[in-house]
Design a protein around this ligand. Structure first.
Ligand SMILES: [Zn+2]
Length: 116
């Protein structure tokens, strides 16, 4: 199950080895540590130097989607459409999700290019 493997930080090739060394990839504000190769099958995660530059666009897309989703969920609770408190809630949600986005965007990037 690919989505489960992505969400559980698993190697795209063997589904056993981990990509990030840390076990908590969701709310972990420490500097992320990645394996260079899969500890189980040796699959190379970073294809070339700067490979993960493109993952920033994935992260940006996720952030925008989460911001819009948060707005749509939060706005019915407020009378004004652009209540400043909604902005504060969106900012808080995005900060809380930022560590997750950073890691999941790299994992997604690895999965996009796993055939190379
Ligand atoms: Zn592997």
């Amino acid at each position: 199950m690919m989505i489960k493997n992505i969400l559980t930080n698993k190697c795209p090739k063997c589904s056993k080895g981990k990509i990030f060394k840390e076990s908590n990839i969701y709310f972990n504000f420490n500097r992320p540590k990645m394996h260079e190769n899969c500890p189980n099958c040796g699959f190379k995660y970073q294809k070339e130097p700067g490979f993960f530059f493109g993952a920033m666009y994935v992260s940006y897309g996720l952030t925008v989607a989460q911001g819009i989703t948060t707005f749509l969920i939060a706005s019915p609770f407020f009378e004004e459409r652009f209540d400043l408190r909604i902005i504060a809630i969106i900012a808080l949600v995005l900060v809380l999700l930022s560590s997750f986005n950073m890691r999941i965007s790299r994992i997604l990037w690895i999965y996009f290019f796993k055939k190379l």
